[in-house]
Design a protein around this ligand. Structure first.
Ligand code: PLP
Length: 380
């Protein structure tokens, strides 16, 4: 079976975990602090705060920015469910915005239009508290335009950079452009700690709140235990942080491999009607997933295709989720098909192909040939 993804776990990863387990310190200690420093140095920000997973990072970002019941957060329609769930779990309302057909990222024109509508009415204007774009599949959202719009309305931007560690816009790393960046170290991301997450910020006040919020509300800098707010237990373990440091040491190599493999697929699909990932000019993408788009001219049944490829030894899956059309959000807010036309299209027609460091050129040819045969088309 050609697997969709395989985490890069090597000898030094095992050794780091083993040494830390034997050290006797298992939860949030020197390894976590060291891992935070490595990530802060890598992306180039003042503060990095490790947490138990990427969803916890997003949740804490909203809590730290004081998102309360009744508030609204503008968010892309096309993402993993955590991105919208955390808004809902704060008692706030996600306001979904359609995406761009080429990058699958939040469309700034739709953002502008949505905000114009909300800000023109004082009842909704005062409820809008944050904008939450996602760097989908490791490709940067159009941050210059999103930040310009956000600044005009004075609304903070939280980057869901869960898939985007190492991605950049004009050389600025994902997670350093908004007020807060949120990363995940789930095994489907480029580097992993099993479960794990990280927040990044240049704001010392937000950083201190996040440190307290992840640890039962304990003041991070007090000489005696002082509980300054109600907090969660969203801490990372020491052995995950040790693994994280070993993983960060090879992040650039992992990204380079993913680029090489992505270019390989690009060449294979160049002569077909399949749309390969389109990377914007000023952006560096990290290809957390290699997601293709099947044109409307090729009708297919998605689940049948996925199962058929699996039988032929190729593991593929959908891109990601049309959040407003999932049962919960659809029934709660009454969304119907057509409200997000680009997301409708991309959700129905995108597929994630296998991409991991053990993938050979022959594997990639097999993925290409099997997929095209299953879709009933020939190359060229
Ligand atoms: C993976 C992911 C998350 C959640 O991260 P976890 O560590 O799995 O909680 C959130 N948003 C996006 C876009 C993701 O891809």
């Amino acid at each position: 079976m050609i697997r969709l993804t395989v985490p890069v776990i090597e000898e030094e990863d095992l050794q780091a975990v083993r040494e830390t387990l034997l050290s006797g310190y298992l939860v949030q200690g020197p390894q976590v602090a060291a891992f935070e420093q490595v990530v802060a140095d890598y992306v180039g920000c003042q503060h990095a705060i490790a947490v138990s997973n990427g969803t916890a990072a997003l949740h804490l970002a909203l809590v730290a920015l004081d998102i309360n019941p009744g508030d609204m957060v503008i968010v892309t329609a096309y993402s993993w469910l955590s991105t919208a769930n955390v808004i809902e779990l704060c008692g706030a309302q996600p306001v979904f915005v359609d995406i761009q057909p080429d990058t699958f990222n939040l469309d700034p024109a739709c953002l502008e239009q949505t905000l114009q509508g909300l800000m023109a009415v004082s009842a909704t204007a005062k409820r809008v508290k944050a904008i939450l774009p996602v760097h989908t599949f490791g490709q940067m959202a159009d941050m210059p335009r999103i930040l310009e719009i956000a600044k005009r309305y004075d609304i903070p931007v939280i980057e869901d950079a869960a898939c985007a560690l190492g991605a950049a816009y004009d050389g600025h790393q994902a997670g350093t452009l908004g007020a807060l960046g949120c990363f995940s170290f789930h095994p489907r991301k480029a580097v992993t700690t099993g479960e794990g997450g990280m927040l990044t910020t240049n704001d010392p006040v937000l950083a201190r709140r996040l440190q307290a919020l992840r640890n039962h509300g304990l003041a991070p800098d007090s000489p005696y235990p002082d509980f300054i707010m109600p907090g969660f237990n969203y801490r990372m373990t020491e052995f995950q942080a040790a693994l994280g440091q070993a993983q960060m040491a090879k992040l650039n190599r992992i990204i380079a491999t993913r680029h090489r493999l992505a270019m390989g697929y690009d060449r294979l699909f160049a002569t077909s009607v399949i749309q390969s990932p389109i990377v914007q000019k000023r952006c560096t993408a990290v290809y957390q997933s290699y997601v293709i788009l099947v044109p409307d001219s090729l009708p297919y049944h998605r689940e049948t295709l996925i199962n058929q490829l699996k039988e032929q030894g190729v593991e593929i899956t959908i891109g990601t989720w049309h959040m407003p059309m999932t049962t919960y959000f659809r029934t709660r807010y009454g969304y119907t098909e057509g409200a997000f036309p680009v997301t409708d299209h991309v959700f129905a027609r995108s597929l994630t192909l296998p991409l991991h460091q053990h993938l050979s050129e022959r594997d990639q040819i097999k993925v290409h040939d099997t997929l095209l045969a299953a879709l009933g088309i020939c190359n060229g």
